[in-house]
Design a protein around this ligand. Structure first.
Ligand code: NAD
Length: 538
């Protein structure tokens, strides 16, 4: 494994001889890890070990936060937020633009750390930091569009003056998953900061260091250190004190956990956004370019070894091109390179854990036992690393099989043939998820029409997921059990604000005046309502 960090060389070059080098058994230099873990608010004295999924090498011991630590983190964040909310918007935006440059400048270090902690291919790690840069630039450049106070028409033109303000909620809690540990730790928090909030984040226990590197970059970009608090520990233990302390929750993870979070937020009547699971379909229409569809579908299904909320697990292919498509898709999939290293040459890295490997293995075994055919893949690859699994294409998947409707969250995709498009849309819409869908067709306007029938929060045409995910002005999130609320776009920042309307009444009051009785006032009101409608007022 080659792992160099140009910003200081903290990563070791693979296991060395522990007898001569006390740090040799660690995948990272202990000083590097400790420098990051110092940011965790943790007084319990307990630590949890983290291993690299690349090869099982120890990475670090992560200090664990107690309930009291979480409460203290929220209190510190609250204090920091008070002065941050008074910081001019131009200064907050400038810090985001500095973050943009920092993540690009330190990309080698970021990619190395993401690779060591999550085991993903370097190209997938790079997309994380690119997404953070895109998010930072978009919100920095559009801050005024979303956050400026605005005049709206009042009840009586000229007499009722109304302004609408977007006030920060206060402290935003973030619980993030392991699959995109850099961008999912940062991208939801950036608009929260820009809107004048503080953040307390609890990243997944397997990828805390990557989230901590994000926190370090935020501080270097100019955000006050206390404004972004990091706590660490099992979600089922410290999730509740976090939800009990904050003013809004942003959760990304499984639908099962999302429902628990939503219940706790409902108890406190605080808002939450939930970015949850999916069983995402691609429709390949009869006029699609087979070559482009095969290439795009392989990327959509096997990016990050399929551990991507918007990746594809169901492929509906038109009868007319089915055989040609399958041949190209299988060939492309078989040509993919797998590897446990931090090099650009790897197409697909490893699953992150034994739990993930178990789920993927069980889904494929269940499908095969019930009659599905494996067109390629279908095997774990312990020769490459402890949790590797081959990119796998299944045919003949039926509703009685687990992987028909349940999210696998791994490199497994099922092929289905269709005869007419209405039937394909109905099958794509079946089930309880509705996160991301795609359509391949050479007829853009027909595909766009069809897209409106797909019950997913995002639909990409001639691309798997990147077009919507990378278009920051476009809101992104799930329908049905794939979530509620949106990241990106105006929705992605306004969720962190409370809207306040301030109306100033001048001249006449809202009620009888100038000696009018209630009845005369009602008549005058009726006249004015009719007049305002005639004048075209909203
Ligand atoms: P998970 O729900 O188990 O864990 C996600 C986070 O929630 C972790 O930080 C975990 O510690 C925390 N958590 C777990 N139980 C908790 C509890 N009871 N209270 C509070 N916090 C708790 O999810 P996972 O399996 O680690 O992640 C994969 C899932 O996330 C997949 O279903 C995937 O589709 C989904 N996901 C969705 C998106 C999206 O944007 N829609 C993005 C990435 C992942």
């Amino acid at each position: 494994m080659s792992a160099q960090n140009p910003a200081g060389g903290p990563l070791l070059d693979g296991p060395a001889d522990p007898e001569h080098d006390p740090r040799a058994s660690y995948a990272l230099e202990p000083e590097y890890a400790q420098n990051l873990t110092r940011r965790i608010l943790a007084s319990s004295g307990e630590t949890a070990p983290v291993e690299s999924p690349l090869n099982g090498q120890p990475v670090a011991h992560i200090p664990q936060s107690s309930d009291a630590d979480v409460r203290e983190a929220v209190a510190r964040a609250r204090r920091a937020q008070e002065s941050w909310a008074r910081t001019p918007l131009a200064e907050r935006s400038a810090a985001l633009l500095r973050l943009h440059d920092l993540v690009l400048d330190r990309q080698e270090e970021i990619c190395d750390l993401i690779g060591v902690e999550s085991g993903k291919a370097r190209k997938d790690a790079f997309l994380e930091l690119a997404h953070v840069a895109l998010t930072a630039r978009y919100y920095a450049r559009t801050a005024h569009d979303h956050l400026d106070s605005r005049r709206v028409p009042g009840m009586f033109p000229g007499l009722t003056h109304v302004e609408v303000h977007h006030l920060p909620k206060g402290v935003v809690g973030i619980i993030s998953p392991w699959n995109y540990p850099f961008t999912l730790a940062l991208c939801d928090g950036l608009p929260a900061l820009l809107a004048g909030n503080a953040v307390v984040i609890k990243p997944d226990s397997q990828t805390v260091l990557t989230a901590l590197l994000g926190a370090e970059l935020l501080e270097q970009a100019g955000f006050p250190r206390e404004l972004w608090q990091v706590v660490a520990g099992p979600g089922r233990e410290i999730g509740t004190p976090l939800i009990q302390g904050v003013d809004y929750m942003c959760f990304t993870g499984s639908t099962a956990t999302g429902k628990l979070i939503a219940q706790q937020c409902a108890e406190r009547v605080i808002g939450c956004s939930l970015e949850l699971g999916g069983k995402n379909p691609i429709l390949i229409l009869r006029d699609a370019s087979v070559e482009k569809a095969a290439e795009g579908t392989a990327r959509a299904s096997f990016s990050n070894a399929g551990q991507l909320c918007v990746s594809t697990e169901r492929l509906f292919v038109a009868d007319q091109i089915y055989d040609r498509f399958v041949e190209r898709f299988v060939a492309r999939t078989q040509a993919m390179t797998l590897g446990a290293n931090l090099d650009w040459a790897v197409d697909m890295g490893t699953l992150i854990s034994s739990d993930q490997l178990e789920t993927v293995t069980a889904h494929v075994a269940d499908a095969v036992a019930k009659g599905a055919r494996v067109l390629t893949g279908g095997r774990a690859r312990p020769d490459l690393g402890p949790y590797f699994y081959e990119p796998t294409i299944l045919e003949g998947v039926t509703p009685d099989m687990t992987c028909f409707g349940h999210e696998t969250f791994g490199p497994v995709v099922a092929l289905y043939r269709f005869h007419d498009e209405a039937d394909a849309v109905a099958r794509a819409n079946a089930g309880e998820y509705g996160l991301n869908g795609s359509i391949y067709s050479q007829d853009g306007s027909r595909a766009r029409q069809l897209a409106r029938q797909i019950k997913c929060g995002t639909v990409n045409i001639n691309e798997g997921f990147g077009s919507t995910f990378g278009s920051l002005a476009a809101p992104m999130g799930g329908m049905r059990e794939s979530g509620m609320g949106r990241r990106q776009g105006s929705e992605g920042i306004l969720r962190y604000t409370d809207t306040q309307s301030v109306a100033t009444q001048r001249g006449v009051r809202i009620g009888p005046s100038y000696g009018l009785s209630q009845e005369q006032y009602a008549k005058a009101m009726t006249l004015s309502l009719r007049l305002l409608k005639k004048l075209g007022r909203a």
